[in-house]
Design a binder for this molecule. Structure first.
Ligand code: SF4
Ligand code: FES
Length: 248
């Protein structure tokens, strides 16, 4: 099949950017979007032209680094699927496909399709980790965790930190991301010792992003299937800390 890739090119954060069209021939419907970009970059390099900058790592939907906007939608046309697992079979032969960086005031463009998502790291840095001594693996057996708690924690741990929820949100809210990270830790027994502090600090850090109006666009694009109830959970954890005024 043939495609035209209409790609946002921008040299640096402070540079003006614009779309450039690139015809792409002899690509298969089984190609992922990133493989199509690889092929284009091989051709550009062979021509002595500058390749398109984009992020990727695992290419298996695990690392969260690959997110781009495809025809106006974070990640691409297939719902709840990361950019690295979007395939050309979603597009008609001969179609023009528009590729842009994630669009959000909170994600400055670094170059071409690469954005700076440090704001998400600042939320994690505010408390998205366990700093107490949680013991060794055998110690974990001495902390009873119900099957339901373990399943819930695993569901929330599925967040890959791609940031599509922010890009999809009209307010640029990071509440789905923050809720997933907070609830992942708040439901396991070792991490609960810092539950109150963590809720206060992570909720405060997430305020550099926009407020949540529960539009729900975030869950439409989330590759991890994090549910809207994660946002309710974030609000619940924050209120719990306000009333208890305790670290745990
Ligand atoms: S909540 Fe979903 S969309 Fe947001 S960062 Fe995590 S995986 Fe990505
Ligand atoms: S490259 Fe890792 S999730 Fe897409």
């Amino acid at each position: 099949m043939k495609l035209t890739l209409k790609i946002w090119r921008q040299d640096a954060t402070d540079s003006a950017g614009g779309f450039v069209e690139y015809p792409l021939e002899e690509v298969g419907p089984e190609f992922s979007l990133l493989e199509a970009l690889d092929k284009l970059n091989d051709e550009l390099v062979a021509d002595g032209r500058e390749p398109v900058a984009f992020d990727s790592d695992c290419r298996e939907g695990v690392c969260g680094s690959c997110g781009i906007t495809v025809d106006g939608r974070p990640h691409g046309p297939v719902a709840n699927t990361p950019s690295c697992r979007q395939h050309l079979r979603s597009f008609d032969d001969g179609a023009t496909v528009r590729l842009e960086p994630f669009r959000s005031a909170h994600y400055p463009v670094v170059k071409d399709l690469v954005v700076d998502r440090d704001g998400l790291d600042r939320i994690i840095g505010a408390g998205g980790y366990v700093s107490v001594d949680a013991g060794t693996a055998p110690d974990a057996d001495s902390h009873p965790v119900t099957h339901e708690q373990a399943e819930y924690a695993l569901d929330m741990a599925a967040c890959i930190g791609c940031g599509a929820c922010v890009a999809a949100c009209p307010n640029g809210s990071a509440n789905l991301f923050t809720g997933a990270k907070l609830l992942h830790l708040s439901t396991t027994s070792q991490a609960r010792t810092e539950r109150g502090t963590r809720a206060r600090e992570m909720a405060a850090a997430s305020e550099e992003f926009g407020p949540c109006s529960l539009y729900g666009e975030c869950v439409e694009v989330c590759p991890a299937g994090i549910p809207l109830s994660a946002i309710a959970g974030l609000n619940r954890e924050r209120l719990r800390e306000v009333f208890r005024r305790r670290a745990n």
